[in-house]
Structure formats: structure tokens, C-alpha cells
Design a protein around this ligand. Sequence first.
Ligand code: ADP
Ligand code: ZN
Ligand code: ZN
Length: 826
Amino acid sequence: MQTETLFAEIVLPLPLPGTFTYRIPVAFSEKVFVGQRVIVQFGRKKIYSGLVYEIHTRVPQFETKYILEFLDQERVVNTLQFSFWKWISDYYMSELGEVMNIALPVAMKLASETKVSIHPDFIPDTETLSDREFLITEALMIQPSLTLTEVSKILSAQNIMPLIKGMIEKQYIVIEEELKERQKPKLENYIRLNEQYKEEGSLKDLFDSLQSRAFKQLEVLMAYISISKFYSAETKEVKKIELQESSKASSSIVASMIKKGIFEVYSKEISRIKSQSKEKNVEDIVFSDAQNTAFEQIEQGLLERNAVLLHGVTGSGKTEIYIRLIQSYIDQNKQVLYLLPEIALSSQIINRLQVYFGEMIGVYHSRFNPQERAEIWNKMLECERKSKPFIILGPRSALFLPYSNLGLVIIDEEHDLSYKQSDLSPRYNARDAAIYLAHLHKAKVLLGSATPSLESYYNARHAKYGFVELKERYGGIQLPEILIADIKKESRRKTMHSHYSSFLLSHIKEALKNNEQVILFQNRRGFSTRLECSNCNWIPTCRSCDVSLIYHKYQNRLKCHYCGYSIKPVDRCPVCGSQEVHMKGFGTEKIEEELSVMLPEARIKRMDLDTTRGKFALGKLISDFESRKIDVLVGTQMVTKGLDFDNVRIVGILNADNMLNFPDFRSYERAFQMMSQVSGRAGRKGKRGKVIIQTFTPWHQAIRDVMENNYISMYQSQILERRNFYYPPFFRLIEIKLKDKDNERLVHAANDLAKSLRELLPGRILGPEYPMIPKIRDYYIKSILIKMERNIKLGEVKGEIRRKIFQFKSTMKYRSVIITLDVDPQ
Ligand code: ADP
Ligand code: ZN
Ligand code: ZN
């Protein structure tokens, strides 16, 4: 028997420091365990679901509330996950509750606005109900559910929890289903022939009767016989929808046949996780000599170190190497995580892996709905129980799945920016977090890229990671030839056609003549079209953000890319009254439009944020381009990412200069990566491809490096600058952003905070400064940058910084100032 009172530390999905202590009811002392979800009251009114993080007997100094409910019979989060969450929270200076918030699928999290409804078995009986209970049940008879806030209002009472708890215990009410997390499996209807027709004779009678009276129904029956392979040994189950489609019958015909007892309906649970069966064997992959060598080096490297960087040029066959390596970990019954920058852009890779691993793969899609996410989570727990290996393919959020026995993490396109979560705390980098996750599981990491990040390359060169190179494309295909279109010269000679040089145009035309495809790259939507008054230079700007509005032709509106504010374009300048207001600048939309005027025959499509919003839009664009239904694909960064098309002959980079002129210490590296990656889409099969870079500055070193495919040259020049100007990988950066609606208060606050940080870390504080966009959604922004040597005791310093900020936040006059922290900002 347990005599001592047990307490639990609970993680709540709130941006507050630490865990919260609750008392465990004696009746539950045997049933409580770490990783279980519980319901607790937080503050005076709110109810949350939290996770049991620790169970202990340390009696707290303050009064503690009881845990109200225990939700799980089995843990949903394991201790390795908790360790991982803790690391993320410490390293990225965020709260454990914030990590929980992004780590648990929404369907497994219980919202704070808890709803209650009548218990399905409860028959209200005025005799036994207390007055307050009666009021609640009465209200719930009218309205199917009430939030607890609403309940308080009805009762005009504050502390309703004991009452609610009592009613739950007496089974008068339940915390609503959505809260109780019964994940509804997705069901699909199937049709089968009624048992009585299984006999030869009766089926024949049925045929006869339908033939004379119900011809449509007869067709349906025939279709059923055919789909189900009724007369064969391997009969198949028939989906209702399938039957309707193939017999072209309406659902009412099928329904009437069900009513008549010819068919029966039954439903079956279907998995939302799309799976494809295995078609090929990994053993059948025949490596080139270069791949063989690389593979051996990787295996050797992973014996000696925990991580290896594979630097392989575009098209060198890295994916095949990953596939083999995955197999070797699966063979040891280990779990594998394959990280991708953006799952939506990875349909090709997913297909390539599914061919080899079939149902063993779970794809964790960022566009999945909460149920689908929860389903993968549960599937993993099931695999764990059966100790079956599996492979997860997913973007950064896949790091938080319940791994228990991870053997290998592959980080594909490790340089990619999308690995960093910048917009929300915790602002983690999945590449770096993955390395820690692997460390927790004693697993190995393979980072791969044609254009590694400077940080990873530095680690490889300094023996922190193993290092393997693949310098040639698979199948002896040459890397594309890279040519320059000098826009300055062509402008002078008047041979530019709006944004297209004659040089690029002639190449596009020639490719189209040969039935080859073209990719055109215009980076960033930010350089899209805007309106400008030619007389006074007035430009329409957002009312809440310090940016100009971007013209979207399709909707005929000027839009703010930061807050969504939009207005109709004007034809008269509101400042000077001039009618000379014109569109300036160019974006993907403009480029697409101009080209279709110049090449009316060509089938041109655009790939950017605007054209790929729908769940399937992007997949369709990719497959249409793959099957050559599109000749020219015009796009933003999206087109630079890992796509593998056979027939792309020409890649055009429309304006290399705006990448280079970006005021950021990484702009050179980024420009090199983007240009090399998009170049890598050219000539992947068959004929050698060509890349044409339009630029005003053909002599720029970054462009030279791209032309010569000289990563080392880029690396050497950049690493020198990083060292000289105290940037990563030599220094660590922490960015502190302050926001407030009142600019004056913000300026004071930022100066004060910077001053107090300077006392802590003299010589290491830069700013405060306004960032490039100094105002977003009515909030003014200032940023402070901390630069620290790598050998500094990071944990301690972060602790100090947090204390300073905490102190600062408790200053009355700065209470409205919002502060965000970004460790290793991108
Ligand atoms: P990377 O990821 O390095 O850019 P990929 O893995 O996409 O390169 O390989 C480029 C092309 O070569 C792909 O179409 C791939 O299927 C093919 N390929 C690579 N290795 C092999 C192999 N061993 N056998 C057959 N085809 C291969
Ligand atoms: Zn004007
Ligand atoms: Zn705005």
C-alpha cells in the first residue's frame, strides 16, 4: 500500500517556464505513470490536458490541486522524447510547454476551452439533482455542449470545478468527445452479396428476375461479379464507391438493391496513411563504382563517428545510397528517420523509397490533418509493441514522433532553410536537433547535400563529422554547362525583351523546338510587382506593416505579404493626383505572363506559394511537368528543391543579383546554394543541360563559383569572412526581438535591455536596431544580436540571459513589450 502522498510534475501546453505540481488522488497512485495524459485545472477557471513528466513525494511549499482525470492506459510519450523536449527547450531558450505544443499532434492535445456534454447514459432526474446540477443539465439539454466558461456564467459562480468534477464522477456529464480524444477511425463502405445468393441456383434466379424487371440493377450486379472476381478463387472485397463508379449507377440504385436484400453493406476501417506496396528489392540496386566507394566510406565513417556528411553533386545518386543504408538498419530491426526539408516537394523521393520499402514507410505530411497525424503516431506505438522496424519520412516536425529505437537519421538537403522553425517558439533547427535526437538513441546520422551548409562542411573538415564525396553524376552524365547572360550589355544594345535577354530567349525557343523542357527561376515573391506613381514616387504601403503592397494580378489586388491586408489598385495617385500610376518590378506572375505573350505556343505554368495552396495543387504541377504536359515551369525557390525531371534542358535564372545584394551574412552562401540547386535540375538524363544566369555583375565571385561548380572556393572565401566578422560556425548568435505597438516605449525598452545585457556580456551585444521590416501587424520591432565565442559556457550564459529578460519583463512600464528569442537564427 502506498502511504505517502504522491505528486506529479505536469507539462502543460503553455508558454510558461517549467512544469506544474499536482497531487495524485490516492485511488490512482497505482495507476499513474510517466508519459500519461491527465486533466488538470490551471488557474481559477481553465482546464488543460497535460503530460505526467515526473512522479515524486516531495511535498511542495504551496497548496496543490488534484489531478482531475487520467486519460491513457498506455503512455503516449516516452522518456527519450521527454529528454529530447527538454534539450530543445534548454538549447533554444523556449519553454517545455511550447515544445509540447508543437510536438503532440493536435488530436492528442486537449484544448483549454474544454467542453462538457450530457453523459449518453444519463437520464436527468430532478429528484436527485442538486439545484446547480439541474441548471447545468437543463442548459445541456438545449445546447449539446458547453465550455466551462459558459458553465460559470450560467451559474454566476467562479469555482465550478468541484461541481463539474462531481458531475463527471457521478456520470451525469462527460468531457466532450473531442476532448476525450476518441480518434475516430476513418471508415469506408463495402458491399457484399447477401448470403442467400451464394448458392448457384438462387443467384441464377436473381439474374433472371432482374433481367426482366430491373435492367439497371442487373448491370450493377454484373459489375459486382466482375470486380469481386466472384467465380474465382481469389475473390476481392468491393468498395461501394468502386461499384458505383464502374457500373455508372447512382447511389440510389445501389441503395435500393441493399433495401431489397440483394446486397449488404458493411464498413471497414481504412488507414489514412497512404501506402504503396513494395515492388523492388534493395539488393537489386547496382551501384556505380563511385557509389560503391562512397557507400563503403559512409559505413566506415559511421563506425568511427556519429555523423557523416555526404557531399554529392546534383544527380550523383545520393538517394540510392540512402536506400541501401536504410535497409541495413532495418535489417537490424531499427527505426529510421528520413528528414526532408519540405514534404510537399518530395513526392518523387517518397515514391522512390516506397518502391523499395512499401508499407514499412510512414509519411508524416505537413498538410495532414490532425487525425492523420495522430494515426501515424499510433501506428508507431503499435510497431513498437510488436518490435517491428519502420521508416518515417517527414519534415522537421517528424522529429517529435514517438521513436523508441532509432538507428539512423538521414538529413537530406541538409543545407535547406526550411529545417529551421523561425516563426514560432521553439525556434529550433531540425538538422541540429536531429543530431541530438540521434545521440539520445545512440543512432547514426547521415547528412547529405550537393551544397552543404557552411556549418556542416566546417564540421566535416574539422573531423567532427565523417566526410564522403561524390563528384560525378550517376550514369556518366555531365553537369550542366553554365552560361552568363549579361543584362547590362543587352540593355545597352537594346536586345532585352522586358525581363528576358535575347540570349536566354533563344535558348528557351530552341529547347521548345526540340520538345525539351525549361525551368525558370525568379527568387522570392518579395520582388514582385508593385504600384508606383511616376510623378511623386508614391507607393501604396500596408497600413499595419512597414512594407509596400504587392500586386496580385489573378485577384486584381494589392496585398501585404506579412499580414494579408489588401486593397484594390488605384488609378490615381492619392498624394499628387497624377494618373501616372504604373506597375513596377517583376515577380513570377509577371514573368509567366510576359513569356506567354512571347511564346504563345508554349504551355507555361507557375509554381509559387499562390499556385500551390490546395492540398494537391503542388503534386499535380510536379506530375504534369513530369509527364510533359507543361513546357516551361516558372517558379520561386520551390523549383530549386531536389526535383528530378528527365527532360529539362534549359534552366534560366532570371535575376541573380537580387540574391547577392541581400544584406545578410549568409547571402553569398545562399545565392550559391540556390543557383547550384536550380542548375542541378538541368540535363539529369541523356543530353547535357544548360543553365543561363542573367546578371548585371557577371564578374561576381559567387557567380564565378557557381559556373565552375566550385564549392570549395565559395567555402574558403566565406569561412574567412565568418571568422573575421565573428559569425557562425566560429561564434554563436542569439537574436532577441522586442515588439510593441508604441514605438517610443519600444525604443526605450530595447535600449534598457541592451544595456543590461551589455553588463552581462560586454563587447558581445549588437544593437538594438530596426530589422529590415521595422513594423509588422502594427507592432514596431527592434532586434538585439548577441555574438558569443563557441567555448563560452553556453548553458550558464543562457540562464543568465533568461534571468535578465525575466527581470526586464517584470518591469511595470515594459509589460506590453513582447520578447522573442532565437538561438542560431537563420
Ligand atoms: P541526387 O539525389 O544525388 O541528386 P539521385 O539520387 O536523384 O541524385 O540520382 C540521379 C538519377 O540517377 C536518378 O534518376 C536515379 O534514379 C539514378 N540513379 C542513381 N543511382 C542509381 C543506380 N545505382 N542505379 C540506377 N539508377 C540510379
Ligand atoms: Zn503621385
Ligand atoms: Zn501588412
